[in-house]
Design a protein around this ligand. Structure first.
Ligand SMILES: Cc1cc2nc3c(=O)[nH]c(=O)nc-3n(C[C@H](O)[C@H](O)[C@H](O)COP(=O)(O)OP(=O)(O)OC[C@H]3O[C@@H](n4cnc5c(N)ncnc54)[C@H](O)[C@@H]3O)c2cc1C
Length: 360
């Protein structure tokens, strides 16, 4: 059996890793001449996003045999809204991992666990040609264009992301988040430390044009009084959406290409790893890919409900939301129980409805 994997990213590499476990041969086609991304950043895994998996690093190791070494555990999250700040402290609320072109980036870590990596760099994969030549094609390009061209994609949320590497003094186990309609509309901004002296700062703004982004960025820095020296910056577009069907004949859509990225925070690492593994299992065991990833799809639908409610909030509601997550009852439920927060938030009587209905 021959499998073509288009995209040597998080999903494609996870798929290759799992195919090796079944002794199935594969060829990865990667358009770049390296593993990783041109843009330097540190990304997060948040346990709260999938309580059914618990600690994601332990889960990957136990269930997929993929070993991930974190840059740092996440022990503190600082949330800012226009007039409120809530600080949550708890050991291992998630993890920070290197991305970009760092030698320990998430992609490099998975790549280095491949026993016989068969990868062709600097090559664009063509879906239709490969589907004739190979038994199966894993379409893991990190974008929605392939599914869009096949007519199986629905846009949910388009965001423009501006990021920068900044200099300053940072704490390794801390994530800082800002929400404010004035500079991120229905998006958000966050800071993740790279080391004690540098960090990545990201601003994610919904439904704007790329040329408008610099104006929002300036407003963000001014509003939050961020004056750190910027060492490098980048801008990109992100699209979250719904893909169906996620398999057409012998073509599997995987990771962001299958709508793996969540439509609320734009997080997609956990889903991309899982979809890559599940596509390989579907091939190896002749099982339904849809059934294997059904749980992820459901979670993203709940996240979409979350998103729709969040979109209706005002800055005053943001203040109430940030205050609410610091109150003992809600904090306890969110961080000290096994409550499935995504399911709860995605169903009708969520914290968002309570705030809107002035119950909180
Ligand atoms: C700035 C930023 C911050 C993020 N932060 C977080 C975070 O904190 N937490 C989180 O969970 N998620 C985060 N995400 C989302 C997460 O990175 C993605 O969901 C995840 O990487 C998707 O994996 P993927 O394999 O689908 O795509 P990618 O990892 O993007 O890999 C796709 C690969 O396909 C290659 N490719 C594309 N087209 C072709 C082609 N035609 N032929 C050959 N190769 C091709 C690309 O070069 C790339 O290597 C972030 C994303 C960005 C951009």
């Amino acid at each position: 059996m021959k499998v073509a994997i288009v995209g040597g990213g998080v999903a494609g590499l996870s798929c290759a890793h799992q195919l090796e476990k079944y002794n199935i041969s594969y060829t990865i086609f990667e358009r770049n001449n390296y593993i990783g991304e041109g843009i330097p950043h540190v990304a997060a895994f948040l346990n709260i996003l999938d309580r059914t998996k618990g600690d994601p690093i332990k889960y990957f190791r136990k269930n997929y045999k993929i070993k991930i070494k974190e840059l740092s555990p996440l022990n503190k999250i600082v949330h800012h809204s226009p007039n409120e700040t809530t600080i949550l402290k708890k050991s291992k609320m998630g993890y920070l991992v290197y991305r970009g072109n760092h030698e320990n980036s998430l992609k490099n870590q998975i790549f280095n666990q491949l026993k016989n990596p068969n990868i062709i760099f600097s090559t664009m994969g063509n879906m239709d040609e490969l589907s004739k030549e190979y038994d199966h094609v894993i379409w893991a390009t990190g974008n929605h264009y392939g599914a869009w061209e096949k007519g199986c994609w629905q846009n949910w949320v388009k965001t423009i992301v501006k990021g920068a590497v900044i200099r300053g003094n940072f704490t390794m186990d801390t994530l800082i988040v800002w929400i404010n309609k004035d500079y991120c509309k229905q998006g958000y901004a966050y800071l993740t430390p790279i080391d004690k002296k540098t960090a990545t700062l990201l601003l994610i703004v919904t439904d704007i044009k790329e040329k408008e982004m610099d104006m929002y960025w300036t407003r963000f820095l001014e509003t939050e009084n961020i004056r750190n020296k910027i060492l490098q910056s980048f801008m990109l577009e992100h699209m979250a959406g719904y893909c169906y069907p996620r398999k057409i004949n012998n073509i599997y859509f995987v990771g962001n290409a299958a709508g793996g990225i969540d439509p609320f925070l734009g997080f997609g690492q956990l889903n991309s790893i899982t979809q890559g593994v599940m596509a390989a299992r579907s091939i190896a065991k002749n099982k339904s890919y849809d059934k294997l990833i059904d749980d992820l799809v459901k979670r993203n639908l709940w996240m979409h409900e979350f998103r729709k409610k969040y979109n209706k909030m005002t800055n005053k509601d943001y203040d109430k939301l940030i205050k609410a997550i610091g109150t003992p009852g809600i904090k306890h439920a969110m961080y000290y129980t096994n409550m499935d927060v995504v399911k709860w938030g995605g169903t009708s009587f969520s914290i968002f409805d309570k705030i809107k209905n002035k119950i909180l």
